[in-house]
Design a protein around this ligand. Structure first.
Ligand SMILES: [Ca+2]
Ligand SMILES: [Ca+2]
Ligand SMILES: [Ca+2]
Ligand SMILES: [Ca+2]
Length: 203
């Protein structure tokens, strides 16, 4: 047995088998893995677009359903909110065309398919006015918050979608600041079949 020889243990049909084998290919593979494990390194991407300051919140989602992640960024009020569409790895701000370029302090956002039609909609927590609930229709957004009970004027700083009552639709939990009570908003759309959306406070 030379230096490259080794012992291979095999578990098969309740029996161990032991045999000597040539370990050289495996040693070479292990050496290749060890030498290729370079430490992670990060480089700024599109700094001309993405280095702008004043952002309060952001959230990734494939809002246009083309298989890549896009990015929504909410700002403090001085800059209109941005929706970066991912075009083969290049981000392009399409917020104005998409209808989500609010120039209001935006403390939190949450993507979720609240109406169960297969595309992701966007809840936007605005500090100085009622919150917005942007329904997604082929990549264009319309605020339907007043129609479904999400135009909350409390100062929302956090939001998350989840199906807390396990009835098939997404419900919304919002965290508020300045002494405003938090709330769990139950989605009473009745699942995916009927596009009636009534969201009620559960707390
Ligand atoms: Ca996408
Ligand atoms: Ca894309
Ligand atoms: Ca949807
Ligand atoms: Ca639910």
């Amino acid at each position: 047995m030379d230096d490259a020889a080794g012992v291979e243990l095999t578990w098969r049909r309740r029996l161990f088998s032991v045999r000597f084998c040539d370990m050289r290919p495996r040693l070479l593979l292990a050496l290749a893995v060890a030498t290729s494990a370079a430490p992670p390194a990060f480089q700024p991407v599109q700094p001309d677009l993405l280095s702008i300051g004043g952002a309060f919140t952001n959230a990734w989602a494939d809002y246009d359903g083309d298989g890549d992640l896009d990015l929504f960024v909410g700002f403090g009020g001085a800059t209109p909110n941005r929706l970066y569409r991912n075009d083969n790895g290049v981000l392009v701000d399409v917020a104005q065309a998409a209808g989500v370029d609010d120039k209001r302090a935006t403390l939190s956002v949450a993507w979720g398919d609240y109406d169960g039609d297969g595309d992701l909609d966007l809840f936007v927590a605005l500090r100085d006015r009622a919150n917005a609930m942007y329904k997604n229709t082929n990549g264009h957004f319309v605020d339907v918050a007043p129609q479904i009970g999400l135009d909350d004027r409390r100062k929302t700083v956090g939001a998350v979608w989840f199906d807390y009552d396990e009835d098939g639709d997404l419900d919304l939990y919002v965290g508020n600041m300045d002494g405003d009570a938090n709330a769990l908003m139950r989605n009473d759309s009745g699942g995916h079949a009927v596009h009636r959306h009534r969201v009620r406070t559960g707390a």
